[in-house]
Ligand binder design. Structure first.
Ligand code: 13P
Length: 252
């Protein structure tokens, strides 16, 4: 059995000014400074990245971006490139979040180019997959999730994927207070690991960290995180307060 270090990342989405970022991250830094058994990350909005990097310098909290373009430079109004993010102190990047897919039309093909770019720049891609309520009710969860995985990872070989993180985020559980039960989440995580094993080899699958996301809170984190194939959490609402994100890290 491969030991997988848990990874907890807060996705702030479109929340917090620069000064709010400083305040929250100073508190988080103090609250988790003694933790070394969990990888911790925070994804503030682009405007707060530089300030966040200053506050987090020398800490055990990694800086993540919420999105990224695949090219290094060019005429892409409104976009932010991998070298720009690296320059700002970013090491991890959330890609293919359901809000990007649903609200901004991101396709598996587009997400594949971003995953490749992240790996090429030695950033940790956090690839999000997950089904809607309707797809779950139509028994399409497995085909949707495996389709998203093969679409986004189509060009990649096992050796490239050392750092890849997958986040399973059932869309019906995001921001709704409805959490997948530990059993429901574990079932999909196991399917994801088996599928990655078929696609990229058993060794990659055994090392792959799979986060659960969708209404993770301090009071439900422990039971989710004790499932054998749940290796961390991608936390939205509950990551906005330093204390509640720290409590989720401690639950790990
Ligand atoms: P909530 O934790 O607010 O449900 O959001 C989950 C999410 O989308 C994290 O990326």
């Amino acid at each position: 059995m491969v030991e997988r270090k848990p990874i907890i990342v807060g996705n702030w989405k479109m929340h917090k000014t620069i000064s709010e970022t400083r305040t929250t991250l100073s508190a988080l830094r103090a609250a988790v400074q003694d933790v070394d058994s969990v990888d911790i990350g925070v994804a503030p909005p682009f405007t707060s990245l530089s300030a966040a990097a200053e506050v987090l310098l020398g800490s055990n909290i990694a800086l993540a971006a919420q999105n990224m373009h695949c090219r290094d430079t060019g005429a892409f109004t409104g976009e932010v490139s991998p070298p720009m993010l690296l320059d700002a102190g970013v090491t991890h990047v959330i890609l293919g979040h359901s809000e990007r897919r649903e609200l901004f039309g991101e396709t598996d093909d587009l997400i594949a180019t971003k995953v490749e770019a992240a790996l090429a720049h030695r950033m940790v891609p956090i690839l999000c997959v997950g089904e809607t309520q309707g797809q779950r009710e139509a028994n399409e969860t497995v085909s949707v999730v495996t389709g998203q995985l093969s679409g986004a990872l189509r060009q990649l070989r096992g050796a490239d994927l050392e750092s890849l993180v997958v986040a399973y985020e059932p869309i019906w559980a995001i921001g709704t207070g409805l959490t997948a039960t530990p059993g429901q989440a574990q079932q999909v995580h196991e399917i994801i690991r088996d599928f990655i094993g078929d696609l990229l080899g058993r060794a990659v699958a055994e090392r792959l960290r799979i986060q659960y996301g969708g209404s993770v809170k301090p009071d439900n984190a422990a039971e989710l995180l004790t499932q054998p194939d749940i290796d961390g959490a991608l936390v939205g609402g509950a990551s906005l307060e330093a204390e509640s994100l720290a409590a989720i890290v401690r639950a790990c």
